[in-house]
Design a binder for this molecule. Structure first.
Ligand SMILES: Cc1cc2nc3c(=O)[nH]c(=O)nc-3n(C[C@H](O)[C@H](O)[C@H](O)COP(=O)(O)OP(=O)(O)OC[C@H]3O[C@@H](n4cnc5c(N)ncnc54)[C@H](O)[C@@H]3O)c2cc1C
Length: 477
């Protein structure tokens, strides 16, 4: 590994999903892209300590899936070869909504993704990335500080600890920090005499406990992902069953407001039994667990405002969870990372057009402002739902958020009767359309019709309806 500054090199700090996607984009513009990763990557699609979230459900939104396929054509096929599933968000997803205890309708659509374990997804992306010339991995290596020019106005490389105690320095024309929620970038900036970014935090104190099971084959199970959603303000427990590539199933129990799901066998099952619906408990009660129960608690939404810094060293960028980490239950983080990577590609393109190749002056601040716009959309979707809980700290819902929450409840209620309303809701959740699309006249009309009808009939929900997951029906007319 050379430290030659004249080399056309970019460095990516952290080789998680955001780091790998960033490296893919940089590979189009740099001769060498070096990903520096603290862990040693496993040979197969196995877990590693740098990403403790790999033990929990990781579903990829359709928008994220499309970006991944755009960056790595053939990725879905590779995932499916290894046992990943093509997944249709309206057909294969059984979802017990938070309102009225209703299951959403099930019918085929083209709102697809691929589902598999996070381990397989990261492994496969890494293999595809390895096919790009100039991409190299420096593993078992921790970035410890940023190296700058003499007046500290521009980053020129990084100091790295390799293994336990070997130190080295590596120079680059551009350094991107993708080191996740616990990024040291604020500390590095402070050491260099820069301001640290302000942070906004919204914490619903959500906890996960997850375990992998082998489930008996069941013809009745025609879904691949099932979600019993918590229901604000007073039913903070939920659960997810998620198909994995090796005929196993991941079960994640969810508790908000510090109602954390236990991590020992009996407590885990009792918690599953206590959900609004017993389907998860019934599914796992006699199933064979094949993993320990893993907890996760560090789930707060945290936004670092790099875009507001008056000074930022040139040639240094921060993205992914290192800037915006979200409550995982909305499944947005990998899509945010993918969107950030695309923003980087377009910023680099514009930079080259306006300043010429190899000139990165002004890029840092421009980039942080651009991704702040992208991240804001993810942030508001994630936090507005967290703000339904009285136990959430960090912000209060403003009148618009409250209005949106109320309208969303009505949209959810209408999904039971109108497939088109459900499809519109799924398109928003999959980040294919903005939330404002739920106010399109044809959706609004159906939502109001449903509201009126249910007020007039005061129809109560049939108990069978709550306890039996609906089978998949025909395509939407
Ligand atoms: C419990 C949980 C469940 C989640 N579920 C979903 C989901 O269903 N869908 C979804 O889209 N997203 C989900 N996410 C979010 C998702 O995992 C992340 O948003 C996404 O993977 C992007 O993360 P990242 O690459 O920015 O950071 P990380 O995944 O944290 O990766 C950072 C990498 O940097 C390395 N590193 C850290 N410091 C250094 C250093 N100094 N030097 C070198 N390397 C370093 C780490 O070892 C790690 O490999 C979930 C997150 C959690 C916590």
């Amino acid at each position: 590994m050379s430290g030659n500054c004249s080399e056309n090199r970019a460095i990516v700090i952290g080789g998680g999903i955001a780091g790998l996607l960033t490296a893919r984009v940089l590979a189009d513009r740099f001769e060498t892209v070096t990903i520096i990763e603290r862990d040693r990557y496993p040979e197969e699609s196995k877990s590693r300590s740098g990403v403790p979230q790999c033990h929990h459900v990781h579903s990829l939104l359709t928008k994220g899936h499309r970006i991944l396929e755009q960056l790595f054509p053939g990725l879905t096929a590779s995932l499916m070869e290894k046992g990943g599933f093509k997944f249709d968000w309206t057909a294969d997803f059984a979802w017990l909504l938070s309102v009225n205890d209703v299951w959403t309708p099930r019918f085929p659509s083209e709102i697809n993704t691929c589902i598999c374990s996070r381990n397989l997804l990261e492994f496969t992306i890494r293999k595809h990335l390895g096919n790009f010339s100039g991409v190299e991995f420096l593993e078992d290596a921790t970035v410890t500080e940023l190296l700058t020019n003499s007046d500290r106005t521009a980053v020129e490389g990084v100091a790295v600890r390799v293994g336990r105690d070997r130190q080295m320095e590596l120079s680059a024309q551009l350094v991107v920090d993708a080191s996740g929620r616990n990024s040291d970038a604020p500390k590095w900036l402070e050491t260099l005499g820069y301001e640290t970014p302000q942070e906004t935090k919204v914490n619903s104190f959500l906890g996960y406990s997850s375990r992998v099971y082998q489930l008996p084959e069941l013809k009745a199970r025609d879904w691949k992902l099932l979600y019993v959603m918590p229901s604000a303000p007073n039913k903070p427990r939920g659960g997810i069953i998620y198909a994995l590539e090796d005929n196993s199933w991941m079960v994640t129990l969810v508790g908000l407001g510090k109602d954390y799901p236990p991590t020992e066998e009996t407590g885990f099952l009792d918690f599953a039994r206590s959900l609004r619906n017993e389907v998860i408990y019934q599914t796992i009660a006699n199933a064979r667990p094949i993993s320990p129960i893993y907890p996760y608690r560090n789930s707060q939404n945290r936004l670092c405002h790099y875009e507001k810094l008056e000074r930022m060293p040139e040639k240094f960028l921060v993205l992914g969870d290192a800037v915006c980490s979200l409550n995982p239950v909305y499944g947005q983080g990998m899509t945010l990372a993918a969107s950030n990577a695309l923003t980087l590609a377009s910023c680099l393109e514009r930079q080259e057009q306006s300043r010429g190749k190899g000139n990165f002056e002004g890029l840092s601040r421009r980039f942080q402002k651009e991704i702040a716009k992208v991240d804001r959309v993810f942030w508001s979707l994630s936090t507005s739902d967290d703000l339904r809980w009285p136990t959430t700290v960090g912000a209060q819902p403003d009148p618009i958020t409250k209005l949106m929450q109320k309208y969303l409840d009505r949209v959810m209620k209408a999904t039971v009767e109108h497939k088109s309303v459900y499809k519109a809701l799924i398109e928003v959740m999959q980040m294919l359309k903005p939330p404002t699309s739920l106010f399109a006249p044809h959706i609004l009309l159906k939502v109001l019709q449903h509201e009126l009808k249910s007020t007039l009939t005061r129809k109560t929900i049939d108990d069978n309806f709550i306890h039996h997951v609906p089978k998949m029906g025909p395509t939407e007319p």
